[in-house]
Design a protein around this ligand. Structure first.
Ligand SMILES: *Cc1c(COP(=O)(O)O)cnc(C)c1O
Length: 390
C-alpha cells in the first residue's frame, strides 16, 4: 500500500468523505488585496472609537472569568436582542423568543440540524443566498432549487407548485434577497407559509425561515409581526451587515419559544464564547450610532442605483446594501475588467449580472468611474435605462 501521507497528489476525493461532498467546492468569495473592496456586503465604516473602547472594557471584564464556561443560554445577550427587535420591528419579542449563535450561518445550521437532516428536504428560490443550499448539504438535507421570474421576483404560482410537489420540510425566503437585492412582499411570504403548511398537513407542517440579513437597509418593515400565530415561522437576523460587525460572528433568530427550545437539542454546549457575548452586548449599547451609518449607506445605495441607470445599466430594485447590475454578455469578463481598475465586485454566477456593495462615497465613486469605462454591455453598447418598480 502507498504511504498516503507522503503522496502530494492526494486530493479530497482520495479520502473516505461522504459521497454527497465529492467534487464539490467550498464557499469562497475571493479575499483579494485591492484598493476598493465592494464584494461581500460588509459595512465599509470601521466601528466608532467610543464603541471600540466599550468593547475593550466589556471584554476585559469577560477575560477575568475565562476560566469558566460562558453563559450557555446567553440570557443577557438574548434579552438585549429582544429589546432591539421589539423597538425596531414593531412587534413585541421576549428573550424566550430569541436565540443567538456564531453568525446567522450557524443559526441556519442549527435550524437544519433540527428540522432538516437525512431523509428530509429544504427549498430555496434561486438565485438566492448560496449558503442555504450549502448548509443543507452539510447537514445531509436534500436541496430543492425553486424558481424565480426573469425580474428575480418569486414566481408565486410556480413556487406553490414546487412546494406542493416536493413537500419540503424547510422553506427559505430571503428578503431582501441576496444577490438580487429585491424584497419579497409580505403577501408572498404568507402564501408560501400557507402552501408549506398545507403540503405537510398530515405531520406538524414545515418550517419557514425568513432570512432578514439586510432588513435594516430596506425601504419596508421587518416581517417580525407575521410571527403572531405562526409557530413554524422563523425570522433570521445578523449583526454582520447593518451593525457593521461581520468580524464579530453574531447571528440570531426570532420565533415561537418552542422553536428556541427545539434548537437546544442540537446546539453545541457553550457554543457562544464569553468574548463574543461581551462584544455583541457592547455593540448593542451603540445601536443608535450604528444605525446612523445604515441611513448613509441607504442613501449611497439609492445613488448607485440612480447613477448606474443613468449610465445605461439595468439595475434590480434594491432594498439591501448592495445593487445587482448588468447586463453583460460575459459577466465574468466584466468582473475582471472592473477588478483591473482596482475595484472588487462580486460575480455570484447569475448569468449577465454582477453585484456591488454600497461602500463609502469615495469607494462608490471609484466603482462608478470604473464601470463608466466598461466596454462589455450586452451588444457592446449600453442598453437604454429601464424602468424598474421600487
Ligand atoms: C451575509 C448574509 C448572512 C450573514 O451571515 P452571518 O453568518 O451572520 O455573517 C445571512 N444571510 C444572508 C442572505 C446573507 O447575505
Amino acid at each position: 500500500m502507498n504511504d498516503v501521507t507522503q503522496a502530494n497528489d492526494l486530493t479530497i476525493d482520495d479520502l473516505p468523505i461522504r459521497d454527497e461532498l465529492r467534487g464539490k467546492s467550498p464557499y469562497g468569495a475571493p479575499q483579494l488585496d485591492v484598493p476598493v473592496r465592494l464584494n461581500t456586503n460588509e459595512n465599509p465604516y470601521p466601528l466608532p472609537e467610543p464603541l471600540v473602547e466599550r468593547i475593550t472594557e466589556r471584554v476585559r471584564e469577560a477575560a477575568r472569568n475565562l476560566n469558566r464556561y460562558p453563559d450557555r443560554n446567553a440570557v443577557e445577550l438574548r434579552t438585549e436582542l429582544a429589546k432591539y427587535l421589539t423597538r425596531t420591528g414593531k412587534y413585541p419579542v421576549g428573550r424566550e423568543n430569541v436565540w443567538a449563535a456564531n453568525g446567522s450561518n450557524e443559526v441556519i445550521q442549527q435550524l437544519l440540524q433540527t428540522f432538516g437532516g437525512p431523509g428530509r428536504t429544504a427549498i430555496g428560490f434561486e438565485p438566492s443566498y448560496s449558503m442555504h443550499g450549502l448548509i443543507a448539504r452539510g447537514t445531509g438535507t436534500g436541496w430543492i432549487s425553486g424558481p424565480r421570474n426573469d425580474d428575480f421576483t418569486i414566481d408565486l404560482a410556480a413556487a406553490e407548485k414546487a412546494i406542493a410537489e416536493h413537500r419540503p420540510d424547510v422553506v427559505f425566503i430571503t428578503t431582501p434577497n441576496n444577490p438580487t437585492g429585491n424584497a419579497v412582499p409580505p403577501e408572498t411570504v404568507l402564501a408560501l407559509y400557507e402552501a408549506a403548511q398545507a403540503a405537510k398537513a398530515e405531520t406538524a407542517g414545515a418550517l419557514v425561515v425568513v432570512d432578514e440579513a439586510y432588513i435594516e437597509f430596506s425601504h419596508g418593515d421587518s416581517l417580525l409581526p407575521l410571527l403572531e400565530g405562526r409557530p413554524n415561522l422563523v425570522i433570521s437576523r445578523t449583526m454582520s451587515k447593518a451593525f457593521g460587525a461581520a468580524g464579530l460572528r453574531l447571528g440570531y433568530l426570532a420565533a415561537h419559544r418552542a422553536v428556541v427550545d427545539a434548537v437546544q437539542l442540537v446546539r453545541l454546549p457553550y457554543h457562544l464564547s464569553a468574548v463574543t457575548q461581551a462584544t455583541a452586548l457592547a455593540a448593542l449599547e451603540h445601536t443608535d450610532t450604528l444605525l446612523k451609518y445604515v441611513e448613509q449607506l441607504k442613501a449611497e445605495r439609492d445613488r448607485l442605483v440612480a447613477e448606474l441607470r443613468a449610465i445605461g445599466y439595468e439595475v434590480t430594485a434594491s432594498d439591501a446594501n448592495f445593487v445587482q447590475f448588468g447586463r453583460f454578455d460575459d459577466a465574468h469578463k466584466a468582473w475582471q475588467e472592473i477588478l483591473d481598475r482596482g475595484v472588487l465586485v462580486r460575480d455570484n454566477g447569475v448569468p449577465g449580472w454582477l453585484r456591488v456593495t454600497a461602500g463609502t462615497p469615495e469607494e462608490n465613486d471609484a466603482f462608478l468611474d470604473a464601470v463608466r469605462e466598461l466596454q462589455c454591455f450586452v451588444g457592446d453598447t449600453p442598453t437604454p435605462p429601464k424602468e424598474q418598480s421600487a
